[in-house]
Design a protein around this ligand. Sequence first.
Ligand SMILES: *[C@@H]1O[C@H](CO)[C@@H](O)[C@H](O)[C@H]1NC(C)=O
Ligand SMILES: *[C@@H]1O[C@H](CO)[C@@H](O)[C@H](O)[C@H]1NC(C)=O
Length: 309
Amino acid sequence: MGVKGRAAFAIIFIIVFICSLWLHGGLENWDYCLKVYIQNQQSPSLYGNNVSEEDMAPLGLCPGQKFQVGVLLMHLQAAPVSTDDVLLEPYLASWDELIKFMDSLGPLVGFISQEIEAKTSIIRELAQKEAELKGQAQDKEATAEEQVSGTSISKGEPTHPSAGVVGRAYTSVHSMIKEELAQGLVDFTQPQASGCRTLLRLHRALLWLQLFLSSLAEEQSEAGRARSPSELCRDAYRVTLAQHHTWWVRKAAEIAFVAMPDRAFFYRLVCVDTQKEAAAILNRVVRAIQKVYNRTQIALEEHGMLELP
Ligand SMILES: *[C@@H]1O[C@H](CO)[C@@H](O)[C@H](O)[C@H]1NC(C)=O
Ligand SMILES: *[C@@H]1O[C@H](CO)[C@@H](O)[C@H](O)[C@H]1NC(C)=O
């Protein structure tokens, strides 16, 4: 194919891609992203040059933007529990913040974040459904007991014992795996919506972001040309998520990464001015992600769930 042919192909591809985004409602984010971008342009630095000394302290808020790296870090650090488990509520809350992060990278990356948002909703809905079922079952038991004993005097128990502990099976990665296996909800041969399958999708995406953020932190400490965030993100994608995506999704993703903002944008996003300060913050986030990722990886691996269809 000649140069003209390739250009025509690229244009047709972009048109098809934009149309498909539009069909799926993906362009609704456009306006929002532009607004976030403009706000970010105006956000002042909060940390000055004092980041490394406060490495262990919680991060403050960056005014004028949705994504808050301090909130992300807080949720990530709240997720690991006992020696090998991960709590689902802070895990999903971390994803909420990572979705804001992706949305601020430009309207095109938004099509990936929408996919992820849909996944987090699946687990939340499963948890809610489970909590409701448990609540109903307990109500029925209570009614049956009352009928048997012929008295309806309350024993002082709350009517909804499950109300406080929303979806006990969906409390942590291990409890979810155990419950879904026991209920026969995990299909190892064909795609079927389950918490485990959905977690695996999120887990794969988390590795991509972990690699991207860690390369963003490392860059410039090495000799040679500093590579752009867009290249770093594409490379991280190629060795992680791309392995699980179809050709069309891969091409769309790579186009999305081309339009990614420059390095200075990422400094503003975490409220710093230099690469060194950004690296300090990003590395904290990467370490927190690693801890969560490693635990989830081991849990999924133990149950042969790394290749769930
Ligand atoms: C940096 O933080 C320390 C406390 O951690 C404080 O004493 C010092 O004044 C700060 N320096 C600047 C330049 O803000
Ligand atoms: C996570 O696992 C990787 C590879 O196994 C390891 O290099 C890294 O130190 C681990 N990180 C944490 C925080 O456990």
